[in-house]
Design a protein around this ligand. Sequence first.
Ligand code: FES
Ligand SMILES: [Fe+2]
Length: 345
Amino acid sequence: MVEMAAPLREAWYYALPGHKLRPGRMLARIMLGEPLLIGRDRLGAVFALRDICPHRGMKLSAGAFDGREIECCYHGWRFDRDGRCTAIPSLVEGQAFDLARIAVASYPAREVQGNVWVFFGSDPSAAPDIPVLDGFAESAAPRLVETMRFGAAIDHAVIGLMDPAHGPFVHSAWWWRSRRSIHEKEKAFAPSPWGFTMSRHAPSSNSRAYRLLGGAPETEIAFRLPSVRIEEIRAGRYRVTNLTALTPIDDTTTEINHCIYWTAPWLSALKPVLRPYVRAFLRQDRDIMERQQQGLRFDPVLSLIDDSDTQARWYYRLKQEYRRARAEQRPFDNPVKPRTLRWRS
Ligand code: FES
Ligand SMILES: [Fe+2]
């Protein structure tokens, strides 16, 4: 029996921005509590293997990678990028040993729009696909990526991210908004692939930062399983898209990668100014979630209320339905129905 709070399997998770992995390099990561070696071969393709040598358990990432094969640092066993064993140096001429008996588990890995994603499960074909951002080429890369770790389990990190009511309390800052700016909001939601979307609307007038874009900005926010949020802001002919992906590192740690794409060339000039704002924002979320842990330790019963916590409820329902659909080998039936939500924030 799978624990409800466990991260969803049969899903792609954000591993890292592609620029952090140059050809011929590999690095070690923990994702969903599993040790991973993520590499980029000399042709530029990314791959992921279980970071454990099947001989005596050494971390393979502690060895060497020549862009084609990984050599374990303990006894020199070699593996190709698919995890097949290609050499065991201790074997003597004439010792018949079938190398095909030895393999390292490999994970499907893909690079899409400048980000590396890794699949956890057995069948990616029936899983939510890796998001492809509208209006940006397949080869596009985020102009800015901010990575941060939260000391919170995945569910609380996801809910904390989509929670519309914490803004005035957690994100109050002179440059953004004050607590007194709290006011009523009404937003239309509809089911969308593997999740739901807050339909296109003009952002609240208290979101002063958006005015930098010029024109009348409109934004659309989509959430999709397992833990991805896409916020698309359009103003005039410009487009800014925020891709926020949460990755469970282990039961108590979640990594957030906030990737910003834009088409307005002049926005690049603002990058040094933009980065501290993004960091400050994420830190506020991180700090509040970490303080929340002190209460969650006692496993309290929570009270998710309408309408401000409806998205959190949808998240739990989506997760449960996805699990059931996969277990019963039937198509996913999105449990979200079109609805207008109202709250004060
Ligand atoms: S532990 Fe890897 S080769 Fe022996
Ligand atoms: Fe927040």
